[in-house]
Design a protein around this ligand. Structure first.
Ligand SMILES: [Zn+2]
Ligand SMILES: [Zn+2]
Length: 158
C-alpha cells in the first residue's frame, strides 16, 4: 500500500475501533478504507476497485461492495446516495446521524453533525409515525471555494 505514515497510523487506530465493535479488519477491508482516507473525497465502488486492482488481483466489484458494507456497518464509512459514492467517516469514534454538504462542482463533501437537525428529523419521523432507520441528510450546492473562484478547484486543505 502506498499510504503515507500518518494514514497508516490512522488506519491502525480505526482497526482498534473496529475490533472494539466486534469486527475483524481484513487486508482488503483495510485497503479499501486506506484508499478512502487518502482520497479525501468520495469514491465510487468502481473507482475503488480500479485503485485496488493493481495491488491485489483478487479484488472484484462484489468483494469491494462487501468491504464497503462491512466498513459502513462498523461506522467507519458513509454512503452518499446523491452521488452513489463512499466517504471515510470524519468522526469514527462515536456512532452518529450525519449531514453532508456536497459541492456539485468540485465534489467536496463536508460531514457535519448538527444535533438540531437530528432532533428535527426524529420529531418529523414521530409526527408521521415513522421509525427512522436512515437518518443521513444530504444537501447539495456550490461550496465556498467554488463560489469565490467560479472555476473548478480541488478540495481546500484545511
Ligand atoms: Zn461519520
Ligand atoms: Zn466546490
Amino acid at each position: 500500500m502506498t499510504t503515507k505514515p500518518e494514514s497508516a497510523h490512522l488506519l491502525d487506530e480505526l482497526e482498534v475501533i473496529c475490533r472494539q465493535r466486534g469486527g475483524r479488519m481484513t487486508r482488503q477491508r483495510r485497503a479499501v478504507l486506506g484508499k478512502l482516507l487518502a482520497a479525501k473525497r468520495p469514491l465510487s465502488a468502481y473507482e475503488l476497485r480500479d485503485m485496488l486492482r493493481p495491488e491485489d488481483a483478487s479484488v472484484t466489484p462484489a468483494s469491494t461492495y462487501r468491504c464497503l458494507d462491512f466498513l459502513m456497518e462498523h461506522g467507519l464509512v458513509h454512503r452518499l446516495e446523491t452521488t452513489r459514492s463512499f466517504v471515510a467517516c470524519e468522526h469514527p469514534d462515536h456512532p452518529h446521524a450525519v449531514q453532508f454538504l456536497i459541492c456539485r462542482q468540485c465534489g467536496t463533501v463536508v460531514e457535519a453533525e448538527d444535533k438540531r437537525i437530528v432532533a428535527a428529523t426524529e420529531s418529523l419521523g414521530h409526527r408521521h409515525g415513522f421509525a427512522l432507520d436512515h437518518r443521513t441528510v444530504e444537501l447539495t450546492g456550490i461550496c465556498a471555494m467554488c463560489k469565490i473562484e467560479g472555476t473548478h478547484v480541488p478540495r481546500p486543505s484545511l
